[in-house]
Every structure is written in C-alpha cells, then in structure tokens.
Ligand binder design. Structure first.
Ligand code: FNR
Length: 182
C-alpha cells in the first residue's frame, strides 16, 4: 500500500541544512512512501482567539497532517530548543482543544546543526512535546547530524560518509510507520 508522510522542517532559511537534509533523507525512502514538505512559513503567530475559525494556512496544515500516515520532524536547534517557527506550527495544528491533528501519528525526529551536539537538546525538547500530542515517536536509532562539508554530495544527496547511517535511520522510521498503520 501507499503511505503519505508529512515532513515538517524547523527552518525557513533558503539554504537551510535541515531543508536539504529533509529532501536528501526522503529520497532514501521506498517508492511507496510519498513525502511532502509542508509549508509553515505562511502561518500567522498562533492566537487562541482564532480557534473558532482558524486562519486558512492553519486549516491547510491540519488537513495535510490528518491525511498523512506519519510526521517526520527535521529541525535545527535554536538556543538549545526548537525554533519558534516549528513550535508555532505545532501549536496551530494541535488546536482547538480536542482537535489535535497529530494524535496517533507515528513521528520521526532528526536534525542537523553546525554545532557538534547536532540538535540533541532541541530533539529532546521536541520529544516532550510529541509525547503530550500523543504521537508514538521512534526512539532508536537517534540521529544527531553534525553538518560538515561532506554531508551532501554534489547532487544534494546524502554523501558517502553518512549514507549508510541515514539509510538505516529512514528504514527504521519507515518500519515504524508501517507498524502503526497496520
Ligand atoms: C543557532 N544555532 C545553534 N546551533 C546549535 O547547535 N545549538 C543552538 O542552540 C543554536 N542556537 C541558534 C540560535 C539561533 C537563533 C540561530 C539563528 C542559530 C546555529 C544553527 O545550528 C545554524 O544556524 C543552522 O544552520 C540552522 O539550521 P538551518 O537553518 O541551516 O537548517
């Protein structure tokens, strides 16, 4: 069968390493997995006053997440946590109360940083949030990606040094999604 994966990237930067990682990583997924990078840059700041009639970009995001079989988070670390743009997107899609689009969706968490701890703190914070949102989240293997010159090859694919590790990671996430869809 076919699976749709919603991919949320925690950086709006044009040349984002995490954006590039999301693209290269999803190329390693099997063909029956359709991975869609979702737009979060057009979401207004979350305001609970709008819960009764959510802004159009929030409605769109929620529909995209609801119809997906899993959600893959690819995020940088900002000040030892997740970027505000990602938290804003999560807040939108989790509301109004009782209408959390994320509930039950199998999640994967990964991130890349130019710092040597490779988004470990951000990922740990994100795992707390995903637990509250009732998302079964792949625990192992963890992937803290340190951005180096050879992370990507000339075509934007994962370079030779990290290829085996990241292929193993996506294979585990794919199996996690299949297990929860069954
Ligand atoms: C950072 N960066 C960063 N890196 C890190 O490893 N730990 C951190 O706490 C932070 N904090 C932080 C805060 C802010 C506001 C910025 C802009 C940056 C550096 C970060 O890893 C680097 O900018 C990455 O390139 C961001 O990811 P993208 O945009 O390339 O995906």
């Amino acid at each position: 069968s076919r699976y749709e994966i919603a991919v949320l990237v925690g950086s709006l930067r044009r040349e984002s390493f995490n954006g590039k990682l999301a693209i290269a990583l999803t190329r390693l997924a099997p063909k029956e997995f359709e991975c869609n990078l979702l737009e979060i840059g057009d979401l207004p700041l979350y305001n609970q006053d709008d819960d009764a009639d959510q802004p159009a970009p929030a409605k769109r995001l929620k529909a995209e997440i609801k119809r997906s079989h899993g959600v893959l988070f690819v995020t940088p670390e900002y000040n030892r946590s997740i970027p505000g743009v990602l938290k804003n997107a999560i807040d939108h899609a989790s509301r109004p109360y009782g209408h959390n689009a994320f509930a039950g969706k199998p999640a994967g968490v990964i991130g890349a940083s130019i710092g040597s701890i490779g988004t470990a703190c951000a990922q740990q914070h994100l795992r707390d949030i995903l637990a509250y949102l009732d998302m079964p989240t792949l625990g192992q293997p963890e992937a803290f990606i340190h951005v180096t010159d050879n992370l990507f090859d000339a075509d934007g694919n994962i370079g030779a040094v990290s290829r085996k590790f990241l292929q193993g990671w996506i294979d585990k996430y794919v199996a996690w999604v299949q297990k929860h869809a069954a």
